[in-house]
Design a protein around this ligand. Structure first.
Ligand code: UD1
Length: 337
């Protein structure tokens, strides 16, 4: 029995593949390297000392996808990491985002249905909680007031999955709402590698610390938070990856259902807390300046983790120092190459 992982060479996909292989789950990866590099596959093998099948292809290509299912009758479930995820870019290129994220997922689901594979783990985001909910975010809250096409694709796909499950309760689906994953595998062999200038906080910080970028712009210090800067629920990507293994175990046990889980630590840190912890742990200076708020940002976001804790038996174990240390370790190692 094997799990098909789309986007398995990407940041969260690659860390999840490592955890799946470590748990003796057989894996088949699909990736088109649109936002990742082929070397990652070798690194995964180096870390796990295990092998897997790989297909270089767009997961939204129905013909090629059909071939993958034909050639691998062992596929019993799918984890979908192949979405585009840059908020700013999604505003510039909405059609590309709707096509890749939504049409891609639909092609995948249609193909799964055809081959009677109904176990599906979907990468969603805390962004679906929008701007109107109170913190902490609970899975039962109303979703949908997104501020950009990227977020809207997550909301739409969640709705599609709910409708699908309503129509046929033999589907077995987990929707995982990620908070802010940072960090990297402790080996320093795999990590986050955004193309161009990073949008997210930690990738920007490590590039300032390494001298690649001059200074961090802190987007606003007049939020109603203890130091005025935005507060988010950062979690270590390896903890996040382990959450996927737990979700898969839950699906294996229940056989059918649709479950939604927050994956976060349940506590928030401000931008300046991140900067200062990073400086303390790495001994590197992070130059920053305070600038205006970024459009679409909210003051505080963090998860209610009760459901994922109780139903999955999952809890984020690594702390902020681990996250900063491992983010930096990955950059240092990749620069030495
Ligand atoms: C963003 C997306 C979210 C997506 C997530 C992926 C928005 C509004 N939300 O979340 O949909 O799922 O990335 O990881 O874009 N910050 C700075 N300077 C920077 C970058 C960020 O001060 O150069 C601050 C932000 O204002 C925020 C915090 O750092 O308070 C985290 O920002 P970021 O890493 O971009 O994540 P989110 O905005 O939470």
């Amino acid at each position: 029995m094997s799990i098909l992982v789309t986007g398995g060479a990407g940041y969260i996909g690659s860390h999840t593949v490592v955890e799946l292989l470590n748990n003796n789950v057989e894996v088949i990866i699909i990736d088109d390297f649109s936002n990742s590099k082929p070397e990652v596959l070798e690194k995964i093998k180096q870390i796990t000392k295990k092998d897997f099948k790989f297909y270089r292809m767009d997961y939204g290509n129905a013909e090629e996808l059909k071939k993958v299912f034909e050639e691998n009758p062992s596929i019993e479930g799918v984890m979908n990491f192949a979405g585009y995820k840059a908020v700013g870019e999604s505003v510039q290129k909405p059609l590309e985002y709707y096509t890749n994220n939504i049409s891609g997922t639909l092609t995948l689901l249609n193909t799964m249905k055809k081959y009677n594979v109904k176990k599906f783990v979907f990468s969603s985001s805390a962004t679906v909680y929008g701007e109107e909910n109170d913190i902490p975010y609970v899975e039962t809250m109303k979703t949908g007031s997104t501020t950009n096409p990227y977020g809207t694709t997550k909301v739409f796909i969640e709705r599609i999955l709910q409708d699908l499950y309503k129509s046929d309760t033999t589907w077995n689906i987990a929707i995982l709402r990620y908070f802010n994953p940072i960090g990297a595998h402790e080996s320093g062999l795999i990590g986050e590698e955004p193309q161009g200038i990073p949008n997210n906080l930690m990738p920007y910080i490590v590039r300032v610390a390494s001298g690649e970028l001059k200074e961090l712009s802190v987007f606003g210090n007049d939020y109603p938070t203890p130091d005025g800067t935005g507060v988010r629920d950062y979690l270590h990507v390896v903890d996040l990856a382990k959450g996927h293994v737990k979700a898969l175990e839950k699906l294996n046990k229940d056989q059918q259902g649709l479950h939604i889980y927050n994956l976060g630590t349940g506590r928030g840190y401000s931008v300046l807390e991140i900067v200062h912890t990073f400086e303390k742990v790495t001994g590197k200076k992070v130059q920053y300046k305070i600038v205006d708020r970024r459009e679409g940002d909210i003051a505080i976001a963090y998860a209610d983790t009760k459901k994922s804790h109780e139903e999955l038996g999952w809890i984020a174990e690594k702390n902020l120092e681990d996250m900063c240390k491992d983010s930096w370790n990955y950059i240092e190692k990749s620069q030495k190459k």
